[in-house]
Design a protein around this ligand. Structure first.
Ligand SMILES: [Zn+2]
Length: 176
């Protein structure tokens, strides 16, 4: 589990009073004695896409910390005004240059993004619809790699779990 620690506000973002604590919705939460503001700490939602070319899967190499240099499926955080499907398509476009259509929901993973950010990531299966494969600004590299010979360390348990499921559920038939 992740402690709210640095995510917890010290002062009310609305009226600048020092926050106290109060039971709200079943647990003790940061709460403003002045205006009644309650800070609800929730995981950050993100989306990722499993994009296959035969037995190869699209992976991007992380340019920045955390886990710089390691590999993930194309994934990112949801913006305020997006649907989760829009997030998934945008992240693939930004990180790989490819346009995708989402074909179905594949997995939902919860976990902690280091050092301490709880996240929920929705993974879709996708199909290429165009674009040119090219690593985006926040990726060091992007490409299709054999599921039997991944290019390096896969960052984050959620991505390792999803890749394992891809191997066992989607590709078993192909390899026999
Ligand atoms: Zn306040």
């Amino acid at each position: 589990m992740s402690e709210p620690g640095r995510h917890r506000f010290e002062y009310c973002p609305k009226c600048r009073n020092e926050l106290g604590e109060r039971f709200e919705g079943g647990r003790l939460r940061p709460c403003c004695p002045g205006c009644g503001y309650v800070q609800y700490l929730n995981p950050a939602p993100g989306a990722g896409v499993v994009l296959l070319r035969g037995r190869e899967v699209c992976l991007v190499q992380r340019r920045f910390e955390p886990k710089m240099g390691q590999w993930t499926l194309p994934t990112g955080f949801m913006e305020w005004d997006e649907s989760i499907e829009e997030t998934a398509r945008r992240e693939v476009r930004e990180e790989t240059g490819l346009e995708v259509e989402l074909t179905r929901l594949f997995a939902v993973e919860t976990g902690i993004l280091p050092p301490d950010q709880p996240v929920i990531v929705v993974f879709y299966l996708g199909r290429e619809r165009g674009g040119d494969l090219q690593a985006g600004d926040d990726a060091a590299d992007a490409g299709f790699y054999s599921l039997d010979d991944l290019p390096g360390t896969i960052a984050f348990a959620a991505h390792r779990n999803v890749l394992e499921r891809v191997r066992s559920e989607l590709l078993n038939g192909d390899s026999k």
